[in-house]
Design a protein around this ligand. Structure first.
Ligand code: ZN
Length: 244
C-alpha cells in the first residue's frame, strides 16, 4: 500500500536525478548534515531509529565514502552536529541531542573526521544549518567557511532529507542568490547520501499531535523541494581527473 502511494507520488511529481561529474577545476566543499547518533544510531534517543533502517545505513555508507575521498585530497568538509542546551527545547521536537551527550556526536563510522585538518565541525541548535551558523556577533561560520575555502560547488549529504538538509539547502540557495556566498555557484544534493526517518501514518494515528512521516515519500519530497529551489539532485557523483 505504501509502495503504491510512493509510486503514484513519483508519477505526479517526478524527480530526475542526475549523474554528476564534478570538473577538477571547480573547488568543491562537502557539507555533512547531522550524521550523528541521535538521528542515526538505534536507540540513541528520542529521535533515533528504533530498528535497523536501510535508507539511513546507505546514507552513512555513502557519506563515509565521500568523506574519505575529500579527506584523502584535503578538500574542505563541514560537518553540522545538532546540539542543544539542556532545558532549551527545539519546538516542535522532543528533547534530543543534548550538548555533551553521545547523541550529539558523529556516528561511529564518521568519528575519525574530528581529527582531520580539512574538516570543520559546527555544532548548531536549530534545524537550519545556515541559521545555526550565525555567531553571537552576527557573522556566519558557514559563509566564512565557503569564502575562506573559495568553494564554488557544494555537495550536501545527511539527515533528514526533508528537514535539516532541505532547510539548509534552501537558505544557502537564497543567500547565494542574494550574493552573500560568492564564489559559490552550485549546490548539489547527493540523494543516496541523504536519508530521513520513518514514522508511518498508522503509527502517527496512535500518537497525540504527531505528524505522519512515511520515509520514502518524505525523502522524495525533500529532494523534490530542494530541486525546486534550484539545487541539483544527483544519485551518482564522480570527479574529473583528481586534483593533487
Ligand atoms: Zn535539533
Amino acid at each position: 500500500m505504501v509502495l503504491h502511494t510512493v509510486e503514484l507520488l513519483k508519477k505526479e511529481i517526478p524527480l530526475e536525478e542526475e549523474s554528476i561529474c564534478i570538473p577538477q577545476d571547480l573547488t568543491t566543499g562537502l557539507v555533512l548534515v547531522d550524521i550523528i547518533n541521535g538521528f542515526c544510531t538505534i536507540g540513541a534517543g528520542n529521535l533515533a531509529p528504533r530498528e535497523p533502517n536501510n535508507q539511513i545505513l546507505e546514507m552513512i555508507n555513502e557519506s563515509e565514502k565521500l568523506s574519505r575521498l575529500f579527506c584523502d585530497h584535503k578538500w574542505p568538509v563541514l560537518a553540522f552536529l545538532d546540539t542543544h542546551q539542556p532545558g532549551k527545547l527545539e519546538h516542535p521536537y522532543p528533547s534530543h541531542c543534548l550538548a555533551g551527550s553521545e547523541e550529539s556526536n558523529l556516528v561511529p563510522a564518521l568519528e575519525w573526521l574530528e581529527k582531520e585538518p580539512n574538516v570543520t565541525i559546527r555544532r548548531k541548535d536549530c534545524y537550519d544549518g545556515y541559521i545555526g551558523s550565525i555567531r553571537e556577533d552576527g557573522s556566519n561560520a558557514f559563509a566564512d567557511w565557503v569564502k575562506t575555502n573559495n568553494i564554488q560547488l557544494l555537495l550536501v549529504a545527511g539527515i533528514c532529507t526533508d528537514i535539516c538538509v532541505l532547510d539548509f539547502v534552501c537558505s544557502t540557495l537564497s543567500a547565494r542568490n542574494r550574493g552573500l556566498l560568492a564564489p559559490l555557484q552550485e549546490v548539489v544534493v547527493y540523494s543516496r547520501g541523504c536519508a530521513t526517518f520513518d514514522f508511518p501514518a498508522a503509527a502517527a494515528a496512535d500518537t497525540k499531535d504527531a505528524l505522519a512521516h512515511p520515509q520514502e515519500i518524505m525523502h522524495h519530497m525533500g529532494l523534490y523541494m530542494a530541486k525546486g529551489r534550484g539545487a541539483k539532485v544527483a544519485k551518482n557523483v564522480s570527479f574529473g581527473a583528481l586534483k593533487k
